[in-house]
Design a protein. Structure first.
Lengths: 190, 177
């Protein structure tokens, strides 16, 4: 099992111009803990929307790399998005699901994946050419390569320890999060 | 059942003309008889990413992702789909995203399926409560003008706009044996 902070830090280290969408709850804190960045779009609500925000970005910026980092509960709520992304075959999009098999924000109730629901198999069935379930720390480098450079759409279900990490809260001002992301992306293009 | 509305009507082409005029580059939709012609025009356009959704709420995320990258997206849905979007619409208010939603109405003029009425009858109020300016086109001869206004207000005025296309405009759905 991975430590969730460790895998997110490893994936986001020296990230270059990687565009990051962070699902609400612990994944947003994990992304913030790896270092706040204007190209992080943190969600505080709209549960189930993270993957589709990633798709909209990836279609608009085919030369950029986009990663959605979210929890398995958030992914389950938007599970149809995997079919939608499978139709588009968006090569520059990766989804990294941090699967602790629990709904951490609401009191650690068991989630569907703890009962054996296989998200990576769902992604493979939705035509993701790369759909991996990883759990050993030796796969950290591979996860990083899949996120940064593998032709996708890429789906990674990373099994993480259920222990919650200290909260590192990004700003909750959605206008600020949107504006600084959009302005930073515009600067890259100049 | 004949699912295909009048294929000679010009209003879908007029709406498409406005989408092109304001440089819409992504269109999210759930297949819909009323929008079928507009969907086909979008699918046939090399400059537009057409994204077929499993549920309408996916389109809200899509549109916000596009907007983050400075692109313009439009969502096409039936009135029933508006109900599916409500929590996702919180992205618009929370982050100040604009949005344009084109809604084909069910549950009103000569509706044969009573199951369409509960959502159809609250569609306009739902959209208003979610922060949309709601416009409505009842007749073919007003679609061009209203669609143009909706596009301008959504993308230049940066205001979430929903344009309701009335069931009378789309045409009665015919039951065939």
């Amino acid at each position: 099992m991975f430590n969730r902070r460790k895998i997110v830090r490893h994936v986001l280290e020296d990230r270059g111009d990687l565009l990051v969408v962070a699902g609400l709850g612990a994944p947003a804190y994990d992304v913030a803990a790896a270092g706040d960045h204007p190209l992080n779009f943190y969600l505080w609500g709209a549960m189930g929307s993270a993957a589709m925000i990633g798709l909209g970005l990836a279609l608009a910026k085919p030369r950029s790399r986009v990663v959605v980092i979210t929890g398995e509960g958030e992914m389950l709520m938007g599970i149809g998005s995997l079919a939608t992304i499978g139709v588009k075959q968006t090569g520059n999009l990766a989804i990294l699901v941090l699967d602790n098999r629990h709904y951490g924000e609401t009191g650690m109730q068991p989630s569907h994946t703890g009962s054996g629901v296989d998200l990576a198999a769902v992604a493979a069935g939705c035509r993701f050419p790369i759909a991996r379930r990883i759990s050993a720390s030796t796969e950290l480098d591979e996860a990083r390569a899949l996120v940064h450079s593998t032709q996708g759409p890429v789906f990674i279900q990373a099994i993480v320890e259920p222990e919650s990490a200290p909260r590192v809260l990004p700003t909750r001002d959605g206008n600020e999060i949107r504006l600084r992301f959009a302005q930073s992306l515009q600067k890259i293009e100049r | 059942m004949d699912e295909t509305p009048d294929q000679t009507a010009q209003w879908p082409c007029q709406i498409f003309g406005h989408l092109k005029r304001v440089r819409v580059s992504q269109v999210g939709y759930v297949p819909d008889a009323g929008h079928s012609r507009l969907i086909q025009l979008c699918r046939d356009d090399a400059q537009i990413h057409d994204v077929v959704l499993t549920t309408e709420e996916e389109g809200v995320g899509l549109a916000c992702g596009a907007a983050l990258a400075g692109e313009r997206a439009v969502l096409l849905m039936q009135s029933s789909g508006v109900g599916n979007c409500i929590n996702a619409f919180s992205l618009l208010k929370s982050c100040g995203f604009s949005c344009l939603v084109l809604v084909t109405m069910r549950g009103e003029f000569a509706e044969f399926n009573s199951w369409q009425v509960p959502m159809g009858s609250i569609t306009q109020d739902c959209l208003r409560l979610c922060g949309f300016v709601v416009m409505r086109a009842e007749h073919e001869d007003e679609v061009d003008d209203i669609a143009g206004a909706a596009c301008d207000m959504a993308f230049d005025g940066l205001t979430p706009v929903a344009l309701l296309l009335s069931q009378r405009l789309i045409g009665r759905k015919k039951w065939l044996k």
